[in-house]
Design a protein around this ligand. Structure first.
Ligand code: ADP
Length: 624
């Protein structure tokens, strides 16, 4: 949480305080100088005002010079009463001997004739120099100005001290006026300070407001909110700073958007990758896992995050993190369970900084199940082909060896030996032809010669051929041993017109029919059905033969697969017939499958795409 600024810590307060202190200091200095000056000026003029006129001085000098003391005192008194100065509160005249000769105060007359006790007067009489001072009388709380001036009579060239005049004046008026001025000054200072303080607050607010705004904006930027904008109040430094903050906000937003879109792009690359990707921190704990990796490893992304990659890949028993970091480039992980096979290739690479510090590990998982299956199948196929060719070749070799060893001379065995070698050669040729047509279909070079064919007619034509074969078999003497069977037809009455390659299609039906006959008991019934659904025709051939064991049903369309190898081989089968049939039907965009109960019989189904043709379409087709 952000710390709140206390009021006396703020610039706002500091500026106002400094302003007020400066004002007070200025007023203090100006006030002190001004009042001092005013005081001294006032005192000076006051002194001038209370100065006795030279006339009074002269009359006092002449009075004191008189021989007759009484007369002198009277004249002194009259001179003193002649002083008409309101400021003067007391005037005393003392002769050179220190005797008081005149006094203006109310009870002063009693003092006349007495010796003065005032040391200051004595000092003046003694020194002949005038004296003045300002005193404060605590008794009446008043300031007084005291001035003692020596009086000299000038006879001839010499000046003779004949006395002194003591003068006391009340200074209150002067002090009152100074106090009044001081009060006015203090009031003015107070008012000016108050106004100054108001101004200082305004100015400091003007300074701190933009700063405050910028502070708020930068806090917002830090929180990831770039919507605000600092108001630029002027062209000064604060204005430039506000502009810089605004620019900063735009830049930060741009770079955040850039990194955000970069992150999204990376995310979408990771999400849509067909490979699984895992990234870990330097302790090997998963930090990133994409959907594909989660699917491969059968975990949820949230469950995987934070767990060790060794546990997620289930390799803790065989590897340590150090192994992965130091030695391991690739690993093959078998994640198969009993329901489905899954083999993954794991590629490891280090996330390394320029300094060499390893900050994590990236693991890319590639599903190689299919590739492995293809590899296995290819190897199996090669071994099957070699095996299938070796068997007839071995038997042919032994027959040829026997013939070579003299059996050729035996008219009993020689023809049958030759017949076997011929049969085996035929079978090998058939197998090679089958393999060639499969390889053509695998490589995509096999082309279909599509024709619009009436399927009812075509199927009937094929089955008729089989019927003919039964008849000819039964007629020919040497084939009397051949199996007998009946072909039943259950066809829809509707003509089904389908696009197909007749030669290849006949090959498929021949193969299924031959199998039905081959794997059926003597006298079995083979039921052939033809029906249509809304957009498919379905053709089925059922026999009452051996049937196919449940476990093998899924594999009988595989190359070289036979339920009973010896029996199939004895019947001249190559094990490729159904594989070719499936390829042909899939080329027609159809499907072939089987339903079978072991010991009861099998039904082979073929479905082909079908679109109902209107009479007019056919008509138009023929016209073209
Ligand atoms: P083959 O040349 O051996 O007949 P196919 O590919 O035609 O090869 O058939 C594969 C295997 O499927 C056969 O060996 C046989 O075991 C089984 N099979 C095919 N058709 C039938 C059927 N109608 N009844 C029982 N088993 C069959």
């Amino acid at each position: 949480m952000r710390k709140r600024l206390r009021i006396f810590q703020s610039i706002h307060f500091k500026i106002a305080l400094v302003f007020v202190l400066l004002l007070l200091l200025a007023f203090q200095i100006v006030g002190a100088v001004f009042v001092q000056r005013l005081k001294s000026e006032n005192l000076k003029s006051f002194k001038q005002r209370v100065e006795l006129t030279p006339y009074v001085d002269n009359s006092l000098i002449t009075s004191l010079s008189l021989e007759n003391a009484e007369q002198a005192n009277r004249r002194v008194n009259s001179a003193l009463t002649g002083i008409n100065n309101q400021n003067i509160s007391d005037v005393q005249v003392v002769d050179a001997k220190g005797n008081i000769r005149g006094e203006t105060s109310a009870n002063g007359h009693a003092l006349v004739g007495q010796k003065t006790t005032d040391s200051r007067i004595k000092r003046v009489l003694y020194s002949g120099r005038s004296f003045s001072e300002t005193t404060y009388n605590r008794a009446d709380d008043k300031h007084y100005y005291v001035s003692i001036t020596p009086l000299f009579s000038s006879s001839g060239n010499s000046n003779t001290l004949i006395g002194a005049v003591y003068l006391r004046a009340e200074l209150e008026s002067v002090y009152d006026s100074i106090d009044g001025v001081t009060l006015i000054f203090a009031t003015a200072a107070f008012v000016a300070t108050a106004i100054g303080m108001g101004l200082a607050i305004l100015i400091s607010r003007a300074i701190t407001r933009p700063i405050d705004e910028m502070k708020k904006q930068t806090a917002k930027i830090a929180e990831g909110n770039y919507s605000g904008h600092v108001h630029v109040y002027g062209n000064d430094e604060l204005g430039e700073l506000a502009q810089a903050v605004n620019n900063l906000s735009v830049r930060v937003e741009e770079s955040r958007e850039q990194s955000e879109s970069e992150r999204r792009r990376l995310d979408s690359v990771l999400t849509h990758m067909s490979d699984g990707v895992l990234a870990t921190d330097r302790r090997g704990n998963v930090t990133i896992i994409n959907d594909m990796a989660a699917e491969f490893l059968n975990v949820t992304a949230s469950d995987a995050k934070g767990h060790s990659i060794l546990d997620i890949l289930k390799i803790r028993e065989n590897y340590t993190l150090r192994d992965l970091l130091e030695n391991q480039d690739t690993l093959v992980l078998d994640m198969s369970d009993k329901d489905h096979a899954q083999i993954l290739n794991a590629y490891f690479s280090l996330i390394q900084r320029e300094s060499g510090f390893i900050s994590g590990l990236v693991c890319v998982l590639h599903d190689i199940t299919e590739q492995q299956k293809i590899d296995r199948e290819r190897k199996q196929f090669v071994s099957n082909v070699s095996h299938e060719l070796r068997t007839p070749l071995t038997s042919m070799r032994s027959y040829i060896e026997a013939l070579n060893d003299g059996a050729w001379k035996d008219p009993e065995v020689a023809p049958s030996f030759l017949k076997v070698t011929q049969d085996e050669t035929d079978r090998m040729i058939r197998m090679i032809n089958d393999l060639l047509s499969l390889s053509r279909m695998d490589s995509g070079t096999a082309r279909l010669d599509l024709e619009l064919v009436n399927l009812n007619e075509l199927f009937t034509y094929i089955l008729n051929r089989f019927d003919m074969m039964i008849k000819s078999d039964q007629n020919s003497e040497e084939e009397k041993q051949a199996k007998s069977y009946t072909i039943k037809r259950e066809f829809t009455h509707r003509d089904l017109w389908v696009d197909l390659d007749p030669d290849k299609f006949i090959q498929v039906i021949d193969n299924i029919m031959n199998n039905a006959i081959k794997y059926s008991p003597d006298g079995g019934v083979i039921t052939c059905r033809l029906l249509e659904t809304q957009n498919h025709v379905i053709l089925s051939i059922s026999d009452q033969g051996l049937g196919i064991p449940k476990d093998d049903i899924g594999r009988i369309f595989d190359r070289f697969f036979r339920v009973d190898k010896a029996r199939s081989r004895a019947q001249g089968g190559t094990g490729l017939g159904l594989a070719i049939s499936r390829e042909v039907i899939e080329l027609h965009k159809g499907r072939i499958w089987v339903d079978s109960v072991e010991g009861k019989g099998s039904t082979f189904y073929i479905s082909l795409p079908y679109q109902e043709y209107q009479e007019e379409d056919l008509w138009n087709e023929d016209q073209r």
